[in-house]
Design a protein around this ligand. Structure first.
Ligand code: LLP
Length: 431
């Protein structure tokens, strides 16, 4: 396996400068050892392409960083639920955290895993609770109401349900505002005193079908400073101690996800930096730590490949319309994310700042502004990099466009993992 750079795309012999821009002789863009053009030959575009070796390498890197403290890695399926991705991670021993019955169904379809599976949704339904309990998943509840609802489901099924409490630790994480979930105002989890109260009631015999195992915190995504996670873990340990004092046998501490990937190529804290801060906190406490990375395992392993449809004739610089847009990769429009966009066929002639827009009839359908691209013509392939997380899972059929295909590359071979949708598919759900 290659060393884990977290970036399996390359320009063949090109050397990338620290901005990720190629210098030197151009070659064609490759992913997982396969030329990107070959990878999408069977599906056409738009298509997401994921390098599975890179996904596994990223998992192994996080697992190794946290192994000294015996922590378990649970992949956050919301980042990318493709079955081939889940299968590869399950085979490597990764656990999973899901937020819905739909995601849990995917994990079950992907096949057996030796790792822990957690259902940690918000507004989880009785059907979703029941599916989790039947399959022995740990359920993370966010409110006293949800705890009672889960208790009823466990009683009806006559099966014990392992439960952990999602805390709101009131910690301000260094993550973009739209992705912050740990401050007091965030509508996630219980304040510590409510959690302690809930644990106390369980210790006193309320909800006899529930088996309390511990607590869960997740303070945000794209966390640029690991100290926010450390603060949340300290609050979680206090709650675990209070629960133990009440007589419960608690040992589960899920510290959440949020390990960052900068789409523009800037340096960010690595999993080892998070592990170094958490290790001394959990040492000697007898808790089993878990972490839930989504983005860090899949973002850099994936790209969205799209074709130039037309060049737009504008007075304000070079603009191309491609066949993927905000409905296929929402992150630039929704969060202002700057993903690097490169020409698949290389080309260093006539490079100029280029606006890359999608086919949606909305001014906000812009995939990239001022991307340094060579002169492009209709049919040329372009790749949006670091698009393996929160890409396809957030795609829609807006403007009546079918969603992209998904291709996986493993062992130097590209396989269609999900075919591109058709116009007929768009009608399939209506009576
Ligand atoms: N655990 C919980 C409870 C979560 O809510 C999340 C993400 C994760 C783990 C995984 O976080 P990660 O390691 O991927 O940062 N759509 C946004 C990201 C939303 C994240 C939501 N929760 C984006 O495209 O940036």
């Amino acid at each position: 396996m290659q060393p884990s750079t977290g970036r399996d795309w390359s320009f063949g012999e090109w050397v990338c400068n620290h901005h990720g821009m190629p210098v030197g002789e151009p070659e064609v863009l490759r992913v997982g050892g396969v030329s990107v053009a070959d990878a999408v030959a069977a599906t056409g575009t738009p298509a997401y392409v994921y390098a599975l070796d890179d996904v596994e390498a990223a998992y192994r890197r996080v697992a190794a960083a946290f192994a000294p403290m015996g922590a378990e890695v649970l992949y956050a399926v919301k980042a990318n639920g493709n079955l081939a991705v889940l299968r590869r991670l399950a085979a490597a021993g990764c656990g999973f955290t899901v937020v819905s019955g739909g995601e849990l169904t995917r994990v079950l379809a992907a096949g057996p895993t030796t790792g822990t599976v957690v259902l940690a949704g918000r507004g989880t339904s009785a059907e979703e609770h029941a599916l989790a309990v039947r399959h022995g998943a740990v359920v993370h509840v966010q409110s006293a109401d949800e705890l009672a609802a889960l208790g009823r489901v466990a009683a009806e099924l006559g099966r014990p349900a392992r439960v952990a409490i999602r805390l709101n630790p009131d910690v301000e994480a260094a993550s973009p505002e739209a992705l912050r979930t740990g401050h007091g105002d965030a509508a996630f989890g219980m304040p510590p005193e409510v959690a302690v109260d809930a644990l106390g009631r369980m210790a006193a015999g309320a909800h006899p079908g529930l088996v309390p195992v511990g607590v869960h915190v997740h303070v945000g995504s794209q966390i640029r400073d690991p100290s926010g996670v450390a603060s949340a873990v300290k609050v979680a340990l206090d709650v675990i101690r209070a629960g133990r004092d009440a007589g419960l046998d608690l040992d589960w501490l899920d510290a959440g996800g949020g390990f960052p990937v900068d789409e523009s190529g800037a340096d960010v804290p690595e999993p080892e930096d998070f592990a170094a801060l958490l290790a001394p906190l959990v040492e000697g406490t007898g808790v089993r730590l878990a972490v839930e990375p989504g983005r860090r395992l899949v973002a850099s392993a994936g790209m969205l490949v799209t074709s130039v449809r037309h060049r737009l004739d504008r007075s304000h610089g070079r603009t191309v319309v491609v066949d993927a847009g905000m409905h296929h990769l929402l992150r630039p429009a929704l969060y202002g994310a700057t993903h690097r966009v490169v020409a698949v066929g290389g080309g260093s002639e006539d490079v100029a700042p280029t606006t890359v827009v999608g086919p949606c009839c909305e001014p906000g359908d812009v995939l990239a502004r001022a991307a340094p691209l060579p002169a492009l013509a209709p049919g040329d392939l372009v790749a949006v990099l670091d698009a393996g997380a929160y890409g396809m899972v957030m795609a829609s059929n807006y403007n009546g466009h079918p969603r992209p295909a998904e291709v996986v590359v493993a062992g130097g071979e590209a396989t269609v993992a999900r075919r591109r949708e058709t116009w007929d598919d768009l009608l399939a759900w209506e009576t």
